[in-house]
Design a protein around this ligand. Structure first.
Ligand SMILES: [Zn+2]
Ligand SMILES: [Zn+2]
Ligand SMILES: [Zn+2]
Length: 149
C-alpha cells in the first residue's frame, strides 16, 4: 500500500504526493515515462529489465519517493530503486528529499515519515523542514495524509 503525503510551505506552495508503491507490481521507465506491469518472478530474479518501449534498463523494485528538481522548481516522484536520479521533464539531475542537503532539522516539524523498497524504513523523511521547490527556503513540511492502493 502506498502513502499519500502533503507537501506544504509558508509561501503558498502545496502539493499532494503519492509515495511507496501500490498493490500491482509496476515498473516505470524514466526515459520514455512508460509504466508497465511486471511479473513477480521477474522482480525477484532480476534487478533491471528492459523497457518494452525504448529498451533501456528499468528497475524492478519500486519505491516511489519525492525528489527536487531545482531547474523545474517542482517536486517530482521517482523510483528510489532506479539510478540515475533524473528529472523526466528537463533531463537534469534531481535530488531525493532524504538527502541532508535538502533538510533543516526542526523539532517543531511534523513526525518523521518512512517507507521502504524491501524493508520498511529504507526511505526516510526525518523530523525537519525541507527546501521548497518554489521559494527555495528551508520551510517546506511533509505530512502523512493517508493511503492509496
Ligand atoms: Zn522506456
Ligand atoms: Zn526538471
Ligand atoms: Zn516555499
Amino acid at each position: 500500500m502506498g502513502k499519500i503525503i502533503e507537501a506544504k510551505c509558508n509561501c503558498g506552495f502545496e502539493q499532494e504526493i503519492f509515495v511507496d508503491r501500490g498493490k500491482v507490481p509496476m515498473a516505470l521507465c524514466i526515459y520514455c515515462k512508460n509504466s508497465f506491469r511486471i511479473e513477480a518472478e521477474q522482480a525477484i530474479e532480476k534487478k533491471v529489465i528492459p523497457c518494452p518501449d525504448c529498451g533501456k534498463d528499468v528497475a524492478t523494485s519500486i519505491c516511489f519517493a519525492p525528489a527536487l528538481c531545482e531547474k523545474c522548481k517542482k517536486i517530482i516522484i521517482l523510483n528510489y530503486a532506479q539510478m540515475p536520479v533524473i528529472c523526466p521533464d528537463c533531463g537534469g539531475n534531481a535530488i531525493f528529499y532524504n538527502e541532508s542537503s535538502l533538510q533543516k532539522p526542526n523539532k517543531a516539524a511534523g513526525p518523521a515519515i518512512s517507507w521502504g523498497m524491501d524493508i520498511e524504513g529504507d526511505f526516510k523523511l526525518p523530523q525537519a523542514e525541507y527546501k521548497c521547490p518554489s521559494c527555495g527556503q528551508m520551510s517546506l513540511q511533509f505530512k502523512h495524509e493517508g493511503f492509496w492502493d
